[in-house]
Design a protein around this ligand. Structure first.
Ligand code: PEP
Length: 249
């Protein structure tokens, strides 16, 4: 049985004071829950996060990384740098990175590889836009996003990774996929991977992301192929984030 996992994505939010209050409150209330918990914070707050979470049950990570190991890439941050700050996870291919920063499936796969080479667990974000869903292309789109990684690295690369299904139309919009809609895509992703390797598919955590809140989390997490959540807005309020974690526990 796959253990549930909840990852908070702070996006470009926070400051030193707020972060300390948020992380302290999460640590206070999360103790004893049978669920994996992590937060992906902005780069400048990795040291603070490492200081506050080290030795706790909450892991941490970053929201993106460079596909290059080092070099003349001004402004970029490499996987080994993230390791220096104790990161366990790193998001790759979040839809905001794909849409706003031009990350292609190939670039996302290269970032995925760079994360794994350096011992990080990549959280591969996939999901369709509303236009793609309306055109009946949801499964084709998410399969292509997963295939970019499989084609570059082989299906076994997914044995030490997480996939997050995040329909673009549900991210930050307050509109959540229904449990049935989400389950359908999660099952399709798992089936697709099972076509190449059944064991990898069965063990793979597939998280749902897109306006998950305390009120809708339990119904989503009760679905057979939904192994937890990638949480944006609700990860910025300790009470809300902990309530989502409780729903997964
Ligand atoms: C996200 O940032 O990945 C996300 C799912 O955001 P929200 O929960 O706010 O929709």
């Amino acid at each position: 049985m796959r253990k549930k996992l909840v990852i908070g994505n702070w996006k470009m939010h926070g400051n030193l004071q707020q972060n300390e209050a948020l992380l302290s409150a999460i640590l206070r209330d999360i103790d004893g829950l049978a669920v994996g918990v992590a937060v992906c914070v902005p780069f400048p707050y990795l040291q603070q996060t490492a200081n506050l979470l080290s030795g706790s049950v909450v892991a941490w990570g970053a929201q993106t990384l460079s596909e290059h190991p080092s070099g003349a890439y001004t402004g970029e941050v490499s996987a080994s740098m993230l390791r220096d700050f104790g990161c366990r996870y790193v998001l790759v291919g979040h839809s905001e990175r794909r849409a706003l920063f031009g990350e292609t499936d190939a670039a996302v796969a290269a970032k995925f590889r760079s994360a794994q080479v350096n011992g990080l667990v990549p959280v591969l974000c996939v999901g369709e836009t509303l236009a793609e869903r309306d055109a009946g292309r949801t499964l084709e789109v998410v399969r292509a996003q997963v295939n970019a990684v499989i084609n570059l690295l082989g299906v076994e690369a997914l044995a030490s990774a997480v996939v997050a299904y995040e329909p673009v139309w549900a991210i930050g919009t307050g509109v959540t996929a229904s449990p049935a809609q989400a389950q359908e895509v999660h099952a399709a992703i798992r089936d697709h991977i099972a076509g190449a390797n059944c064991n990898v598919a069965q063990a793979l955590p597939i998280l749902y992301g897109g306006s998950v809140k305390a009120q809708n989390a339990a119904a989503l997490f009760a679905c057979k192929d939904i192994d937890g959540g990638l949480i944006g807005g609700a990860a910025l309020v300790a009470e809300d984030f902990v309530a989502v974690c409780r729903a997964a526990a």
